[in-house]
Design a protein around this ligand. Structure first.
Ligand SMILES: Nc1ncnc2c1ncn2[C@@H]1O[C@H](COP(=O)(O)OP(=O)(O)O)[C@@H](O)[C@H]1O
Ligand SMILES: [Mg+2]
Length: 251
């Protein structure tokens, strides 16, 4: 394992409930990388993200996940978050009645262990919002309540900016976004990556790849990473489609 490795997954077999979905995933991510995972629907991308975060109905059958030099297979989700893992979900949940600032203050204290007052925290939140070009009035909104798809994604990006995880996993953060919202997401990824945050981005869209400097593009199919390479792979996929492309790949 290279000394810059932040995440190393070896022969990971895992599932959701009793269903086996991941069939031997291998993946290595280095500090500072922006890696992408693409692949057909149902290939296990979201499952991989959930298994990495330790979501309660996922289970690991065999293999290892080393994050920041620690085996996290038996760690609880909050312990993984404390170690610096962050997952932005494909469908952000709406939590009516919980103010975003209050929620994030609590999340920040839990993950960092820093006992910062709400007043100081709001200042910090405003500073990060300004940096990313997010309107301040936004911060008084309730958690995801009545927010558009694009606004929810802004909130997720802001969470990353505040929590400063070592590795942020984004599951289809670019789905259903208009051009401006997509631009915001890609600009933010670039800014946060320069600040040292490593990204693992799960996406269906080629668009994000044009605006972000991708280290490695991984293709997932039937519960495995079947090919890793540079972004040239996307041109082959675009012209052949996944099905034909995968025929030429040893699965
Ligand atoms: N909670 C669940 N219970 C049972 N099967 C699931 C569950 N979540 C996902 N699956 C199945 O696991 C497979 C992989 O799903 P998923 O990881 O969501 O794929 P992707 O994100 O690549 O589209 C699919 O066949 C899906 O139906
Ligand atoms: Mg998915």
């Amino acid at each position: 394992m290279g000394k810059n490795t932040i995440l190393k997954i070896e022969n990971l077999e895992a599932g959701v409930k009793d269903k086996s979905i991941l069939k031997g995933v291998n993946l290595e991510v280095s500090k500072g990388d922006i890696q992408v995972i693409m692949g057909p629907n149902g290939s296990g991308k979201s499952t991989l993200a959930e298994v990495l975060m330790g979501s309660f109905d996922s289970s690991i059958l065999s293999g290892s996940i080393i994050f920041n030099s620690q085996d996290i297979v038996n760690k609880k989700p909050y312990e993984r978050a404390q170690l610096g893992l962050f997952l932005a979900f494909q469908y952000p949940v709406e939590v009516p009645g919980v103010n975003f600032g209050v929620f994030l203050h609590s999340a920040y204290k839990t993950t960092t262990g820093e006992n910062i007052s709400i007043f100081e925290f709001i200042l910090k939140l405003k500073k990060e919002s300004k940096k990313l070009g997010i309107d301040e009035t936004f911060l008084s909104r309730n958690l995801n309540e009545g927010l558009s798809g694009g606004e929810k994604k802004r909130m997720e990006i802001l969470q990353i900016a505040i929590l400063k995880p070592k590795l942020a996993i984004l599951d289809e953060i670019d789905s259903g976004l208009d051009i401006d919202a997509l631009r915001f997401v890609t600009d933010s990824i670039n800014i946060l990556n320069k600040e040292g945050i490593t990204f693992l981005i799960i996406t269906h869209q080629k668009k994000i790849l044009d605006k972000v400097d991708i280290s490695t593009l991984n293709i997932m199919s039937k519960g495995k990473i079947v090919k890793s390479g540079n972004t040239d792979l996307i041109d082959q996929i675009e012209s052949l489609g996944y099905k034909k492309f995968l025929k030429n790949v040893q699965v």
